[in-house]
Design a protein around this ligand. Structure first.
Ligand code: PMP
Length: 420
């Protein structure tokens, strides 16, 4: 029997397996912005564990702290107990992240992944307001559990599984109808008109940059308008910063530049520092209406993740990482603009913020084709958007400028190869 590199996976894993279809090799090692497969072939990483590895694979400073912690027989369970690792994380988060931004949030540990953070946010908003529905946006993505899927704007991702959509109201994201049409008027009218059939929602949930939805960037004005609408109608504003947070767009929180203060913030992916499963839900202190034990779960407090997260927050003691994200983001942006012009067959559009950049490709199926070619040439790059039409450039924030340029060269060669 002929063995492909993935024989064991094909025989044993469900058809639902995903990334091994786009990246059909077996990986064995990773460091910084690089991965290696079993044959020793190297890949530059423009994917960063779907945004979970902002500080790079096996970040040496974080690894050192983890090894020390394990050698001291630190606690490794994930229960919601008071541990020293958790205490240090909470203090560091308050001192390094919240205080300098004059933010006052209570922190809860909703469960290990992004979707857990979203579920807790939705649940809290409904509990706090006594209202039932939630407003969500076209092309938004919030996770794979039932509640998160209900606020996700993508038919395929819902898996045809009959989600409770009666409790959600889908509204247009910024520029969904093109840049000329101001859809905020529609949203305001829906909420103000007794004849709209829409009852006032508990919350509005949005990403400031839609990651899975195709790197759609909401403008600062639009975000401010959404905040104002929420304030006017007593709607809680939930910012899902699972992908755009932890420095991806340049600032620690993606909403900082807009000067808005969400009622609830969802964090996961890179908050775990080392790719470890971890999530936080932040909310204004007055929303802390939970009764003890009302939201629990075995894996809500991963001590290894606390140790890793604490160390990763060191990057935010000054603005060095922020500045380098913006500088590297500009390198990517400039190059993508160049590619768009040099290869008109792409019918390309460039958009993004910080190191969350995308090149939307008009020609159908072409983005996936280019990414497959790039993978053969040693670059890991993912597509997003409703038709997988957007090539996402999301390397670890710690990537060197040389590697970034090398990766962009591979991308260009792959585009060239698809043109021929
Ligand atoms: N929200 C956003 C914005 C995301 O990008 C994701 C994951 N892609 C999630 C929520 C869900 O996170 P997880 O896959 O860890 O459940």
């Amino acid at each position: 029997e002929a063995r492909t590199p993935l024989t064991v996976f094909e025989q044993m894993e469900s058809e639902v397996r995903s990334y091994c279809r786009s990246f059909p090799v077996v990986f064995t090692k990773a460091s910084g912005h690089m991965l290696w497969d079993r044959s020793g072939k190297a890949y530059i990483d423009f994917f960063a564990g779907a945004g979970a590895l902002n500080y790079g694979h096996n970040n040496p400073a974080i690894k050192k702290k983890l090894i020390e912690y394990l050698q001291q027989d630190g606690l490794t369970h994930s229960l919601d107990m008071a541990t020293e690792a958790k205490e240090v994380l909470l203090q560091t988060f308050r001192e390094t992240i919240l205080k300098p931004r004059s933010l006052s949030y209570k922190v809860m540990f909703p469960g290990p992944t992004g979707t857990n953070s979203v579920e807790a946010a939705l649940k809290l908003a409904r509990k706090a307001t006594g209202r039932e529905t939630v407003m969500s946006f076209t092309n938004g993505f919030h996770g794979m559990t039932i509640g998160s899927l209900a606020v996700t704007g993508n038919r395929m991702k819902r898996g045809g599984a009959g989600m409770p959509l009666t409790h959600t109201i889908a509204i247009p994201y910024d520029q969904y109808m093109g840049s000329e049409l101001d859809t905020t008027l529609y949203i305001e009218r829906l909420l103000e008109d007794d004849g709209s059939g829409v009852s006032l929602p508990a919350a509005m949930i949005l990403e400031t940059v839609q990651g899975e939805g195709g790197i759609n960037v909401a403008s600062i004005e639009w975000l401010q308008k959404m905040e104002a609408i929420c304030r006017k109608h007593g709607i809680l504003l939930i910012i899902d910063d699972v992908q755009a947070g932890c420095g991806r767009t340049g600032s620690f929180f993606s909403f900082e530049e807009a000067g808005i203060v969400p009622d609830i913030v969802c964090l996961s992916k890179s908050i775990g520092g080392y790719g470890l499963p971890f999530a936080l839900t932040l909310f204004k202190p007055e929303l802390d209406i939970w009764l003890p034990g009302e939201h629990n779960g075995t894996f809500r407090g991963n001590n290894l993740a606390f140790v890793a997260a604490t160390e990763s927050l060191r990057y935010w003691k000054n603005d060095q990482l922020s500045r380098s994200v913006l500088a590297k983001g500009n390198i990517v942006r400039t190059r993508l603009e160049k590619l768009k012009k040099a290869y008109p067959f792409l019918q390309g559009k460039v958009r993004g913020k910080g190191l969350m950049q995308g090149l939307a490709v008009g020609a159908e199926g072409m983005a996936e084709k280019i990414c497959a070619k790039a993978f053969e040439r040693g670059l890991i790059l993912e597509t997003s958007g409703p038709k997988s039409e957007v090539m996402k450039v999301m390397p670890p924030l710690t990537i060197t400028e040389e590697a970034l340029t090398e990766g962009l060269d591979i991308l260009e060669a792959s585009i060239q190869a698809c043109k021929e």
